[in-house]
Design a protein around this ligand. Structure first.
Ligand code: ADP
Ligand code: MG
Length: 682
């Protein structure tokens, strides 16, 4: 655009050291200062008489210093008494500099901003913001904004920088009036000015209200920028080219015949979505969501067969060796009878075996390659890769997804996730993907009973394990996640294993943990799956993908340490057969509030989407996004849950804007996202 935009995109004119600090706040260009909005406001416009000042809110008072002293009981502190004719007030500082003491010479006047509370010795303010003043010094005319900042960057410095830009930058509308008017939003310039420089009549409470039209405007703009950038990413992909894949259905039909079950309606529907995408000449990026146990693997297998029928190869990746191996076993079990070669590729493979797998993939003798991250590596060459399937996609980085695209023809991508993404997240951070949901579990599942049991009652739980085994069922015993120490985690698993062997002498009890070699793990897992073990003690390696229908009891030790998604995943390992299943969450008291909230959610809910929605509320979107986070424009002002209506409005408007006013779309993106990583132009 024209010069005003250039001004917006210049780096702030400040010394290098300061520029670094601004950068930490995400401020790289001058317009970012305009969008750097206050966290809250301080009110220095009104002076309260000490005696009349209300409790429980920040107030400004002024008085003459009556006395000051450094006392050492109960701990070192500076105590200053001031009085203003209406009353006296104690100012208390636990951290202070010797120079500060001077400010409080007897007889000097100070203004103090803080909350008054009833102290042991009368009314007091702890760590007020103070300033020495002359009698009758003028008060601030409007509220003082308090900005997010970093060490060494003071509020006055930030204020000066921001206010300087407000005078220089173009704050006019970049969005077309016909689009804005129906929304009845406050003009951008008005909203920005109000929030940075509120007029005197505004109170801090009014400004903190998220429903304030000014905030609504900024949230909307931010969400719109996000929607535009996601749509552009979507569009860019739809402009790429990929092979049109249309299978003849011959192999799929044979696999379906061999299966002991029928596909659910939901499985058939998502398969239709996938097949329709594969038939298009641009790369599919479809996210297949389905709760644990909803049957994503067979969908993946049938999608793979479509590609194989059409003469293409397929890669299937999983984030852990165990999960990848489970897939390998399952898929080769399904595909081998159809005469289709399946290759196995993992980091722990011996050189010779690896070379052979690579050779079979390159020569096209294997039509399906299953593996871990090893499949992403440079030495992997496909003869004709048409489809890449990624299980638990949120664990892979964006970079890895892209690395795969670089191989030969751009393949179609199917991502599968058992961590349900709440609707609002799907609408925002995942808006560049197409999403299919398996919203129905296969028939014949019995509901899982969840029990919360305190550690002192552990013997009862051991009794339950015994009864379960006596009925011919199997049990998982999952050991705590210990983030600080893998060694410690291993130790607890080893201890629990030993303890259970002592407590249940007649039972066959296996152990898997992350330190075991893949082959060793596979032996134990296979023994459990084959019913040669009654109990499987495991660290959280069994989190995803393990499928043993005869297991009907899941015990999770120290459930309070685990996240909701993880608990939900673990619980989903049982309830796969016809036996009544139980999940015991063992916890250690006392529980933190967060742990309590989590356990309550998992206890009360079985639906993965509801759990995910509540998880989003408890934790915010950060952890959901995982690797996705790094490449995407984050939201600073909008809250997905609270601002759902704005999100929907932004989503509906983004395509219109791109279609009819591409220049306005560009200007809006420029305003909000220029300089950010994922900046595409309309
Ligand atoms: P997830 O979606 O968690 O990956 P899986 O693909 O492992 O689930 O499927 C869970 C179990 O359900 C497997 O034993 C699978 O064979 C079985 N299954 C899948 N689809 C059906 C179906 N339509 N009817 C009955 N069982 C099914
Ligand atoms: Mg799975």
């Amino acid at each position: 655009m024209t010069p005003p935009t250039d001004l917006a995109n210049q780096p702030p004119t400040v010394p290098a050291a300061l520029a670094k600090k601004l950068e930490k706040l995400g401020i790289r260009r001058r317009f970012d200062l305009v969008l750097h909005l206050p966290l809250r406001y301080e009110d220095e416009t009104h002076l309260y008489p000490i005696a009349d000042a209300p409790y429980g809110q920040p107030v400004l008072v002024e008085g003459a210093v009556v006395s000051h002293e450094v006392s050492f009981k109960p701990r070192k502190q500076l105590r200053v008494q001031i009085e203003d004719g209406s009353g006296v007030l104690l100012l208390r500082f636990i951290h202070f500099y010797p120079s500060q003491i001077k400010q409080f010479a007897e007889g000097s006047r100070v203004r103090a901003l803080g909350e008054i509370r009833r102290g042991f010795l009368g009314d007091e303010m702890v760590h007020p913001k103070t300033r020495e003043v002359r009698e009758g010094a003028p008060l601030a005319e409007s509220l003082t904004p308090v900005y997010p900042t970093v060490n060494g960057l003071t509020q006055p410095m930030l204020r000066k920088l921001v206010h300087g830009e407000l005078r220089l930058q173009q704050l006019g509308e970049v969005l077309p009036p016909p689009l804005l008017e129906p929304l009845a939003l406050q003009p951008f310039a008005e909203a920005i000015r109000l929030l940075h420089q509120p007029p005197p009549e505004w109170s801090a409470q009014q400004l903190a209200d998220p429903r304030l039209p000014a905030w609504q405007r900024l949230k909307f703009d931010e969400l719109l920028a996000q929607q535009l950038s996601m749509r552009l990413a979507y569009r860019a992909r739809r402009q790429g080219s990929a092979p049109r894949i249309v299978g003849d259905g011959s192999l799929s039909a044979r696999l379906l015949q061999n299966l002991p079950f029928q596909l659910t309606a939901a499985q058939r529907r998502v398969l239709e979505d996938i097949r329709a995408d594969l038939a298009l000449p641009h790369p599919m990026h479809r996210l297949l969501q389905g709760d644990v146990g909803s049957g994503k693997t067979i969908v993946a297998a049938l999608a793979a067969l479509s590609a194989i029928e059409a003469g293409y190869q397929v890669a299937l990746m999983a984030p852990t060796e165990i999960l990848a191996e489970q897939h390998y076993l399952k898929l080769s079990g399904w595909l081998a009878p159809l005469g289709i070669g399946v290759a196995w590729l993992s980091g722990s493979l011996r050189k010779k075996a690896k070379a052979q797998a690579l050779e079979e993939i390159a020569a096209g003798r294997c039509r399906l390659a299953v593996g871990t991250h090893a499949l992403f590596q440079d030495d992997v060459r496909f003869e004709r890769l048409g489809l890449a399937i990624v299980d638990e996609q949120h664990r892979f980085g964006v970079g890895q997804r892209l690395a795969l695209q670089g191989k030969g023809e751009e393949p179609h991508q199917l991502m599968m996730s058992a961590t349900p993404i709440p609707r609002t997240l799907a609408m925002s951070f995942y808006a560049d993907l197409d999403v299919s949901v398996i919203d129905e579990l296969p028939p014949g599942r019995t509901p899982i009973v969840t029990k919360l049991i305190g550690n002192p009652r552990r013997p009862e739980v051991v009794g339950l394990v015994e009864r379960t085994c006596a009925e011919g069922q199997q049990a998982y015993w999952v050991c705590p996640l210990i983030e600080e120490s893998e060694a410690l985690q291993l130790q607890t698993a080893v201890d629990s294993h030993q303890q259970l062997q002592q407590d249940l002498p007649g039972r066959r009890i296996g152990l898997v943990h992350g330190r075991m070699k893949a082959a060793e793990k596979a032996v134990v897992m296979a023994a459990f799956a084959g019913g040669e073990l009654d109990v499987l003690v495991a660290t959280t390696v069994i989190e995803v993908g393990v499928d043993v229908p005869n297991a009907s009891l899941m015990v999770i030790e120290h459930a309070e340490r685990m996240g909701l998604a993880q608990l939900h995943q673990l619980r989903g390992r049982v309830g796969r057969g016809s036996a009544r299943s139980v999940c015991v969450l063992l916890f250690d008291s006392p529980l933190s509030d967060l742990a309590k909230a989590r356990l309550k959610v998992i206890y009360e809910n079985v639906d993965g989407f509801e759990i995910a929605r509540q998880d989003l509320q408890i934790r915010g979107p950060g952890e959901f996004l995982g690797a996705r986070q790094s490449g995407l424009p984050m939201l600073r002002f909008a809250d997905l849950e609270q601002d759902q209506q704005l999100l929907e409005a932004a989503r509906d408007l983004a395509p219109q804007l791109l279609e009819r006013w591409p220049q306005a779309a560009d200007a809006h993106l420029e305003r909000w996202l220029a300089g950010k990583e994922q900046f595409l132009k309309a």
